[in-house]
Design a protein around this ligand. Structure first.
Ligand SMILES: [Zn+2]
Length: 133
């Protein structure tokens, strides 16, 4: 693996690796879809979740994840974005989760990232990922 990619993944782990594992990952009592996505996220960790679970843009559990679950899984989202699998990766989905609808981002995900998370070195993750496409 490219050393620069590993350094970015290490940085994501340092910044987000201490986020506590949530008890629930979605508003699991809301509907069957939220319950199903909660089950998927509950069955995995940031270390073992993959594109099999998250890679279908029409059935991405992260769309329903709470803020805490999003931050908890962020190292996995970075890994799937930077490493991907063959011709597939998570770049488009991660981008949509972070900037969805801009300032009116329905999940407020940009606002839950601290200034440290949004530092220039951290944002290089997105820039570098975009530049390799
Ligand atoms: Zn629901």
């Amino acid at each position: 693996m490219d050393q620069a990619i590993q350094e970015l993944l290490d940085k994501a782990q340092r910044l987000f690796g201490d986020i506590p594992r949530p008890e629930f990952f979605t508003h699991h009592t809301h509907c069957c879809e939220c319950a199903d996505h909660n089950d998927t996220l509950s069955a995995h960790t940031p270390q073992d979740i993959g594109l099999n679970e998250l890679g279908n843009i029409a059935w991405d559990p992260i769309c329903f994840a709470t803020e805490e679950a999003f931050l908890y899984y962020f190292p996995a989202l970075a890994r799937l974005t930077l490493k991907g699998s063959g011709d597939s990766d998570y770049f488009d989905q991660l981008l949509s989760h972070v900037i969805l609808d801009g300032a009116r981002n329905r999940l407020g995900r940009v606002s839950v990232l601290s200034s440290e998370h949004m530092s220039p070195s951290c944002s290089n993750t997105c820039l570098r990922t975009g530049s390799r496409r």
